[in-house]
Write a protein that binds this ligand. Structure first.
Ligand code: PA5
Length: 443
């Protein structure tokens, strides 16, 4: 299968030697083999690998029907979830929907990803005046942040439409058997969708976690899955020179060995800002273990060239950048000549804004490389549902191989539990009495 994205690693080469690439080839192959043969750590969470092909067709049809119903019944869909249960959807919608949506389009808002009472209050006020539905998403069904938001918004919905009607406006996406949300949904009779046991939150965009709200927003999810399938077929070779996923994994690992501990995912198109948030969770939660792992950061250029640019160019040499370049913008703006030319911009007349953006990209690549910051460039032909699916799969695959190459389990997140335990103890949750005493002494 021909590749759709293009990885240009020429701006990283002075920092990574050809001999090093040749040497690391066998390690990357070994990591990929572990993933393919499903015998590495976290092997029970590899359902995402075949997901774009092997999914439940009946459930997919129900997703399409439910998405149509949501669009009919509501002006707003509130997606309640945190981490992997909302970031993929947020990334897809920011990438694919217009910056200023048309009025009649359904609006997708998010809750349960923070505990700001100001945020939730303002959301409640906003929803009071609108017809809305809820998609509550939690694989475990026990995560505190979304559970609280759901309790508040369910009440609002019931007060507005009555208990019976509100059942038709709540869609629950959760584990098939366990957890509080599963029990609640079954008892109340909400329509439910399943997060498969073998897929973790941050790898779940192509399950109902992402598919239902993304479809409800009007995106062609079939095209998104086609993109993911195309990526799956494109990156099978073991030769890193013929497989951009493997080359990306190899170079970032070699840079990490060379003390480049921070990777910035950079874009020149703000529609990718939330894609970077999704990517940060994917790599941060997958690789940050055993005191290892590249710290994933992000930059939105030109905006951040005027804030972080100074540090990138001149600060500590601990960074490398992975630049996402949209080759063809959805829309163009031509810069016109001005009779007076008081702003001195007539030298750009007849050029497009995207042309200027691209020169900024090229100039920055060279400046950062010359300043000691390796750059990897990923060229994406255009913004559409297909390229979103393709990009997601590209990075999911890269993350799995990369985690094994690093020597960690890329499919668990034990570190996330530490804050939860302390929070439960401080809140007085039954069973945490001893820890509460310990913490209160320390505070
Ligand atoms: O990637 C992950 O596993 C996490 O980010 C989870 O998605 C997040 O913690 C939310 O968990 P849950 O869906 O169980 O509420």
């Amino acid at each position: 299968m021909e590749k759709y994205l293009n990885l240009d690693y020429s701006y990283a080469l002075p920092f990574v030697k050809d001999a090093e690439l040749k040497k690391i080839q066998s390690e990357v192959t070994k990591a990929r083999k572990m993933l393919n043969e499903m015998n590495g750590p976290g092997k029970d969470f590899l359902g995402w690998i075949n997901l774009p092909k092997d999914f439940d067709r009946d459930e997919f049809d129900r997703i399409i029907l439910a998405s149509r119903r949501i669009r009919k019944q509501s002006q707003v869909l509130v997606v309640i979830g945190i981490g992997g249960s909302y970031l993929g959807t947020k990334a897809a919608l920011e990438y694919l929907l217009p910056y200023y949506p048309k009025r009649r389009n359904i609006e997708v808002l998010f809750a349960g990803h923070n505990m700001s009472s100001t945020y939730l209050n303002e959301l409640v006020e906003y929803l009071n005046k609108r017809d809305f539905s809820i998609n509550v998403i939690s694989k475990s069904g026990t995560t505190t942040e979304p559970a609280i938001a759901f309790r508040v918004l369910k009440k609002l919905l019931e007060n507005k439409y009555g208990v019976e009607e509100s059942k038709n406006r709540i869609y629950a996406t959760t584990d098939k058997a366990k957890g509080a949300l599963r029990k609640l949904a079954d008892k109340k009779g909400y329509e439910t969708f399943i997060v498969p046991d073998d897929i973790g939150g941050r790898y779940s965009v192509f399950t109902p976690v992402g598919l239902l709200p993304i479809a409800a927003a009007g995106v062609n999810i079939k095209s998104m899955l086609r993109g993911a399938r195309a990526a799956k077929s494109a990156y099978t070779s073991n030769n890193i020179y013929k497989n951009d996923v493997h080359m990306y994994v190899a170079i970032r690992n070699l840079l990490y060995r060379n003390n480049k501990a921070i990777e910035m995912l950079v874009n020149y198109e703000q529609k990718l800002n939330y894609f970077a948030e999704w990517w940060k969770q994917l790599f941060g939660e997958s690789e940050g273990k055993n005191h290892l792992g590249i710290f994933p950061a992000s930059g939105s250029f030109s905006t951040d060239l005027h804030s972080l640019g100074q540090y990138i160019q001149d600060g500590e040499r601990i960074l490398f950048e992975t630049v996402l370049n949209i080759e063809k913008p959805n829309k163009e703006i031509m810069i016109e000549a001005d009779d007076l030319n008081l702003d001195g911009l007539n030298y750009l007349s007849g050029k497009t804004l995207d042309y200027v953006n691209k020169q900024a990209l090229k100039g920055t690549l060279l400046a950062h490389k010359d300043g000691g910051v390796p750059n990897l460039l990923i060229n994406i032909p255009e913004i559409n549902a297909f390229s979103f699916g393709y990009l997601v799969y590209f990075f999911e695959l890269a993350c799995g191989v990369s985690g094994y190459l690093l020597g960690v389990n890329p499919f668990n997140q034990p570190g996330v539990e530490a804050y939860k335990k302390n929070m439960f103890a401080l809140l007085g949750k039954p069973g945490y009495e001893e820890l509460k005493k310990e913490l209160e002494e320390k505070l």
